[in-house]
Structure formats: structure tokens, C-alpha cells
Design a protein around this ligand. Structure first.
Ligand code: ADP
Ligand code: UVW
Ligand code: MG
Length: 410
């Protein structure tokens, strides 16, 4: 079977969505494109990921229950366009009425703090933020362009990772540098906001403590922490760019800026240092082996152990900073690929936070697989701990339904 066949048979899709309005949610990265089809309420009716879309890659589709399926080539189309064209054709054949497309866009800058329609001036303004998120923003916007081509009559809506943090206190947004730079947008923004919004809402539905002091850990390829009070972000570890804070898959997290000055003085170029920080650091750079936590857990190599130990330590250290900002904690939540699946990581962190009064339930922690929202604290624990599988696409889809209705487009 190839991808076109798999796409022709999305199981159950017709039944659930035929005749109903739907929103396609898209998260376009450098080499992959994650998508989900959402009705107005509930999780994705159908979702998957195109991978290998980078130049020279092997374009393929991963949807539940299938191995990676190669995409049939079509001469006139680029890889992203090919993937989207197959997707759009399939939805059309299945009789799905798309109302709009929701795009996860990593950077909204100072201006875009609400979901908005992606018209030409907006796209131009967002492209100016490309240098602030080189691993994400240009690819997010290329995804918008490709979809505009594939679906020219459909509203495209941008939903911003930075927006959830827009209301943080001024002191959290500020950098201790020459204040004239603040007005030029050199400030702390914070990211993973769609994910934090989702996690916060899931917690609020399950525990009254979510109205108190909450520490959320999004640990995926990118990783960050968010401190929230009353459901609103008050502090976060990513800042001006998605490089700050925690150690990540290939990104460094915080490093002393003196290191960068040193490398530049030694003759490294800006591009070389950018590649170092974004692509040759983090788990990959430290282990010399892989950015994938599963590979490192399975490895006996001392450098793989060291990478995991450093990841855990940096997480503890940054968590300490946000716990101090919150003045204690009522709920800790884990999400993202590592946060949802890596019980060992959760145990190691929580063990080092016993001084907070956290009492994890070892069996519940071991059993939490990221397939549902699960509490992992012992009964009576003064701090609740939860694993919450995130769904950024759902947050974007929900916001898109709301915006389209508000604009009279739905
Ligand atoms: N079972 C698992 N155990 C440990 N880590 C896992 C597991 N499954 C996925 N991961 C890790 O999750 C990370 C990817 O997170 P994910 O949130 O899917 O990424 P993205 O940021 O691209 O959405 C990788 O480091 C991967 O190794
Ligand atoms: C902002 C960010 O780091 O996103 P991701 O985790 O998807 O790389
Ligand atoms: Mg992610």
C-alpha cells in the first residue's frame, strides 16, 4: 500500500464527518507536517504526520495503524504541496466540508496575541519574525503558503504559541539589557502556548487545585516549563527565542552568552553558532548519538547516560526557579513526548522534589502511557501530579471555529 491508498481510506472519517463542518489543523515543521481533522468539539477525527519532506528526504505518511507509507511522486509539486494536495483530495473525496485551516504558528511577536486570519499583510509581518524562530517560523509560514495554493477559497487562521504568555507580568517579559532594545521587540515571549492552554484546560476540568499554583512541563523535541496562577501564565523558561531555558533534543537551552562571544572571537560565523545552538546541542550534542530520548534510554554508552543526567538536572534547576516564582506549587503536569511517556524521567525529577511534599504513586507513574490524562500522585499528596497528553491541533482548531463564527465566515 502507498500513501495515496491509505489516504483514500481514512477509517470512520466519512461516517463521523460527512455533511458536518470540519477544520483542518496543521503544524508544519522543517521536515514534517502534522495534521488533524477536527469537528467543532472533541479530539481529532483523523490525524497523521507526513515525514521526510526535507530536500533529499523520503516523503512518507504515518497514520495510525500503518507503517510509514511512501508518497507517490507528482512531477509538478514540491514535497509539502504534494502532501497537502493528497490530503485535500482525500478530504474532498470523503465528502468532508472544510470550513477553514488552523495553523500552529510559533511566533506572534508583540502584535499577534489572538488567533487571526492570515491575510497578506499579516503573513508579511509574521515573516519578519523568521530570525527569532528559524527552526519553526519559516516552515510554519511555508505551510500556510502551500495550503493557500491547495485551498485558495478557504480561510487560513494563525494560532500563536507565544499568545498564552502575552499576559505575563512585565518583569517576566523584560531582559536586563539596554532598555531601548525592549521597544524593538527584544523581550521574553515564551512558547508552547497552545500546548499549555490545552493542558491547563484539562487540569481545570479535573481538579480544583488547577486554580492555584501550577507548574507545567512540556518535554518534547522542544522543551519548556510554564508557571501558571489562576490558569494564566506568569513565567516560562523559553524567552526571546525557543532556545532559552531547558536542554532539548537538539537545542542547548540557556547557555552563558559569554560562550557565544568566545566562539565568535575564535572566528566561528553567526550561522555556525546558530547551527550549534539549534541543531548540534541538547541531547544530541551531549550524547553524540541521538536527539531521541528512547534511543538514549536504550543505550549503554556513558555519553548517553550523561546526556540524560544533564537533561534531568537542567529540568530540576529551571523547575526550582519557577517554583520560587510561584511560591510553592499545587499541581505539577507533564506533557510532550518525553513528559507523557518517560516514567523514569518523571520519577527522577519528582524524587528530587520530595522536599516540596510531592508524593508520587510509583505504580500510577509507571502505568501512565500518554494515552489519557492520568493522576500519578498518591492519595493525600499535598502536591498533585498529572500526565496530560497534549493536543496543540485541537486548541488551534477550537480557536479557528470560534474566530470564523465571530467573523461571520462559519
Ligand atoms: N516511550 C517514550 N519514552 C521516552 N521518550 C519518548 C517516548 N516516546 C517519545 N519519546 C520522546 O519524545 C520526544 C519527541 O516529543 P514530541 O512531543 O513527539 O515532539 P515534537 O516536539 O516534535 O512534537 C523524543 O525525544 C522522543 O524520544
Ligand atoms: C516552540 C517549540 O520549541 O516547538 P517544538 O517543541 O514543536 O519544537
Ligand atoms: Mg512539540
Amino acid at each position: 500500500m502507498n500513501a495515496a491508498d491509505a489516504l483514500a481510506l481514512p477509517p470512520g472519517l466519512n461516517r463521523v464527518l460527512r455533511g458536518h463542518a470540519a477544520v483542518l489543523s496543521v503544524n508544519a515543521g522543517s521536515s514534517s507536517l502534522k495534521f488533524g481533522v477536527y469537528a467543532e468539539h472533541g479530539p481529532a477525527v483523523w490525524s497523521g504526520e507526513f515525514q521526510g519532506l526535507e530536500p533529499g528526504g523520503q516523503p512518507r505518511l504515518c497514520v495510525g495503524g500503518h507503517d510509514a507509507l511512501p508518497l507517490p511522486p507528482r512531477d509538478s509539486l514540491g514535497r509539502f504541496e504534494l502532501a497537502l494536495t493528497l490530503l485535500v483530495e482525500t478530504l474532498g473525496r470523503a465528502g468532508i466540508r472544510l470550513k477553514g485551516v488552523a495553523h500552529r504558528i510559533v511566533h506572534g511577536g508583540q502584535r499577534f496575541v489572538e488567533p487571526c486570519l492570515l491575510d497578506e499583510p499579516t503573513l508579511a509581518a509574521l515573516a519578519e519574525l523568521n530570525p527569532l524562530a528559524p527552526l519553526h517560523q519559516p516552515h510554519n509560514l511555508a505551510g500556510v503558503r502551500s495550503l493557500q495554493k491547495a485551498l485558495p477559497d478557504l480561510p487560513q487562521v494563525g494560532c500563536f504559541d507565544t499568545a498564552f504568555h502575552a499576559g505575563m507580568p512585565a518583569v517576566e517579559h523584560r531582559l536586563p539589557i539596554d532598555r531601548s532594545l525592549w521597544d524593538q521587540g527584544v523581550q521574553r515571549y515564551g512558547f508552547h502556548g497552545l500546548s499549555y492552554q490545552f493542558v491547563m484546560r484539562e487540569l481545570q476540568r479535573r481538579t480544583p487545585r488547577a486554580a492555584g499554583r501550577v507548574l507545567m512541563a512540556h518535554l518534547g523535541n522542544g522543551a519548556s516549563l510554564c508557571a501558571a496562577l489562576n490558569g494564566a501564565s506568569v513565567a516560562t523558561t523559553m524567552g526571546f527565542s525557543a532556545l532559552d531555558g531547558l536542554m532539548m533534543g537538539t537545542r542547548s537551552g540557556s547557555v552563558d552568552p559569554g560562550v557565544l562571544l568566545h566562539l565568535w572571537r575564535q572566528g566561528q560565523t553567526v550561522d555556525e553558532v546558530e547551527t550549534l545552538l539549534y541543531k548540534r546541542s541538547g541531547l544530541k550534542g551531549v550524547s553524540g548519538l541521538s536527539a531521541d530520548m528512547r534511543t538514549l534510554r536504550a543505550s549503554e554508552a556513558p555519553a548517553a547516560r550523561e546526556a540524560i543526567e544533564l537533561f534531568t538536572y537542567r529540568l530540576l534547576r529551571e523547575a526550582g526557579a519557577l517554583l520560587a516564582v510561584l511560591g510553592g506549587v499545587d499541581v505539577i503536569a507533564f506533557t510532550g513526548g518525553i513528559g507523557e511517556h518517560d516514567a523514569q524521567l518523571r520519577e527522577d525529577l519528582l524524587t528530587r522534589l520530595t522536599w516540596l511534599g510531592t508524593r508520587p504513586d510509583a505504580a500510577a507513574n509507571h502505568d501512565a502511557r500518554g494515552d489519557r490524562v492520568a493522576p500519578i500522585h498518591a492519595a493525600g499528596s499535598p502536591v498533585e501530579v498529572w500526565v496530560v497528553p497534549t493536543d496543540e491541533g485541537r486548541v488551534a482548531a477550537r480557536a479557528t471555529f470560534a474566530l470564523l463564527r465571530q467573523q461571520g465566515l462559519a
